[in-house]
Design a protein around this ligand. Structure first.
Ligand code: ATP
Length: 615
């Protein structure tokens, strides 16, 4: 090791410390994945260097071969991995390996806190793979020299506990060398046979030579250009592990080739985990673009629409020019054609999976449904296909069962003209709400949407197979009339008088008060005079931080309900307590609609009502 000067001791950022603590003290099932993480970092560094050379940036040690070498010393118990990649400057070292917590650090900690499996092995997918070295080493030394001609060599060392030191060093060749002093219980990782096996298992597809004690161990195979029957299940899984930086098997896989309208070979995967859900930030696209097996662009942005950024894999087309630049790629007609073919094929594949393996599709939907919704909300071109992939809970579905629009249509009674939905963050809440009363009585199915985006999509789509999609919190809902409840209803002038008085008491909060044809048990209900469903309004309340940002409602009243009948009497004297009751009824109805209501008013009013009740 070279000599170090100007050594500085620095503390790891708090979340990095926490992460290291977990990594060091966890029990692992697959700690050998540390090697894949380090190799993958080296391969990235080499890829970046290759691109620099391609774009004519000046790099030092230009003739160094692009490769990864691993030296094992079974006596000293060390493993050293060296690459001739892009290297790091001192500032980059500090930023990348210590002081700054990347979004992945937080997301990984959150994942560990929330996941039942407490699976440290997924570390690579959170972009903090380097730290996995501390699973097997009690000391890690990084010597590195950036490609930039003016940079100098630097050394970083740490024992993983709290701090690291960093300093400059004598002349180094371009690239990065990482030395692991292996823990006593990890000494097997200095044995060539063990290391060669791990490389074959996880890193067989790394597109740069990997040499172990001088012997080349990986042979790059472009399995995506082969016929399906020439590729084994194992090879598929290995390639996935390489391309997705994963340690487990994929959830879904699609391998296809086509000649028209464009030549393409594609091998695409969906992982089992969706790390964007854990606050990782936006996933980066994960499909590499090749031309005749030569990598043209890693993680190509334009090969798939944004909302398919969770897909991992390889796309190869003979028709792409080798020297295509990122800029020309963006607006090339060729890329647009490729994107169309691949997206169409992938959507078809998802639909087929939903039919042939509903359980698997459900798992996909639970983890990745958010991307399908994003697509349905933003991608007009593919909306029709995406809508078929949407799933909902429903008034007819059992707990955990999911329903598609097609399922709904298939069992809809003859004569029903519309498809009904209501926003329901939870099934329990909506099933206790007044909106369902009329539907329950008539056994008409209602789909439950979960998020505002669902309502947005359904209102944008407007109809499915010729049937209008209607939110049941709309004012002008045409449902068959309810069977009349028993007893006498308020009617005629008394009813008209009450409605007029209610409008006066509630003022601008309501645009209209009318007799309800859909209530059986509840006294009142608020409905929306326009297309803004309750969930969209709730979103507006949150965005504007204003609970009044909901616009006027239509108040429907149940003329059979005792509260309504009693109010009719009290309204004649313009009773002040009755007004309080009305305000409270209205707020109760807003709560039933899932809207946010000022709790202070409610509590104050409730206390007044209680006081009166126990007099
Ligand atoms: N061999 C290397 N050469 C150059 N830079 C490196 C090397 N190893 C790590 N780095 C830098 O350190 C950063 C952090 O590495 P780390 O493995 O923790 O995360 P990552 O590489 O961004 O994500 P992933 O774990 O998914 O590969 C990298 O993004 C890279 O900039």
């Amino acid at each position: 090791m070279t000599e170090q000067t100007n050594l500085e001791h620095l503390e790891f950022q708090a979340e990095v410390k926490q992460l290291l603590n977990i990594v060091i003290h966890s029990l692992y099932t697959d700690r050998e994945i540390f090697l894949r993480e380090l190799i993958s970092n080296s391969a990235d560094a080499l890829e970046k260097l290759r691109y620099k050379k391609l774009t004519q940036t000046e790099v030092i040690d230009e003739d160094l071969p692009l490769e990864i070498t691993i030296e094992l010393d079974d006596k000293e118990h060390t493993l050293t991995i060296t690459d001739t990649g892009i290297g790091m400057t001192k500032e980059e070292l500090v930023e990348n390996l210590g002081t700054i917590a990347h979004s992945g650090t937080k997301a990984f900690l959150k994942y560990l806190a929330e996941s039942d499996k407490k699976d440290v092995n997924v570390i690579g997918q959170f972009g903090v793979g380097f730290y996995s070295a501390f699973m097997v080493a009690d000391k890690v030394t990084v010597e590195t020299r950036s490609f930039a001609p003016e940079a100098s060599g630097c050394v970083w060392t740490s024992e993983g506990s709290g701090s690291y030191s960093i300093g400059e060093t004598g002349p180094l060749k371009r690239g990065t060398k990482i030395t692991l002093k292996l823990k006593e219980d990890a000494r097997e990782f200095a044995k060539p046979d063990v290391i060669k096996r791990i490389i074959k298992q996880y890193s067989g597809f790394v597109p740069f030579p990997i040499l172990v004690n001088g012997e080349r161990v990986n042979t790059v195979q472009a399995i995506w250009t082969k016929n399906k029957n020439e590729v084994t299940e194992e090879e598929y899984n290995e390639f996935y592990k390489y391309i997705a930086n994963a340690y487990d098997e994929p959830l879904l896989r699609l391998h296809f080739s086509a000649d028209a309208p464009i030549n393409v070979n594609a091998l695409l995967y969906v992982s089992k985990h969706n790390i964007e859900k854990f606050g990782f930030g936006r996933l980066e696209p994960g499909v590499n673009l090749y031309c005749k097996k030569v990598l043209i662009q890693p993680q190509a942005k334009d090969i798939l629409p944004e909302w398919l950024r969770f897909v991992r894999g390889a796309v190869d087309s003979e028709e792409l020019p080798l020297n295509i630049s990122r800029e020309t790629m963006q607006d090339s007609a060729l890329m647009a054609k490729l994107r169309k073919v691949i997206t169409g094929r992938f959507l078809k594949f998802l639909n087929e999976t939903a039919k042939s393996d509903p359980e698997k599709y459900k798992e996909f939907w639970t983890n990745f449904g958010m991307f399908i919704k994003e697509g349905a909300a933003t991608d007009f071109t593919h909306r029709k296909e995406l809508v078929k992939l949407l799933r909902f809970s429903s008034s007819r579905a059992e707990e955990g069962q999911l329903v598609s629009l097609k399922d709904y249509l298939d069992r809809m009674p003859e004569g029903q003209k519309e498809i009904y939905f209501i926003n329901a963050p939870t099934k329990e809440a909506v099933e206790a709400s007044p909106y369902l009363e009329a539907f329950r009585g008539q056994d008409i199915e209602v789909l439950y949407t979960q998020e505002a985006v669902d309502d947005y999509i359904l209102s944008q789509v407007g109809e499915y197979e010729g049937k209008k999609l209607v939110s049941i919190d709309r004012a002008n809902l045409e449902i068959p009339e309810q069977q009349q409840p028993e007893g006498e209803a308020l009617a005629g002038e008394e009813l008209a008088g009450l409605m007029k008085w209610l409008k006066e008491v509630l003022g601008d909060k309501v645009s209209e008060v009318k007799e309800s044809k859909r209530l059986s048990d509840s006294p009142v209900l608020v409905v929306n005079p326009d297309d803004m469903t309750g969930s969209l309004q709730r979103m507006m309340q949150m965005i504007n931080k204003d609970i009044n940002a909901i616009g006027p409602k239509v108040l429907e009243i149940n003329p059979y309900h005792p509260i309504i009948k009693r109010l009719a009497q009290l309204s004649k004297q313009n009773d002040s307590f009755a007004k309080i009751v009305v305000e409270q009824l209205f707020d109760n109805a807003l709560i039933a609609a899932g809207l946010i209501v000022d709790p202070r008013n409610i509590v104050q009013r409730m206390n007044m009502i209680l006081e009166k009740a126990i007099q």
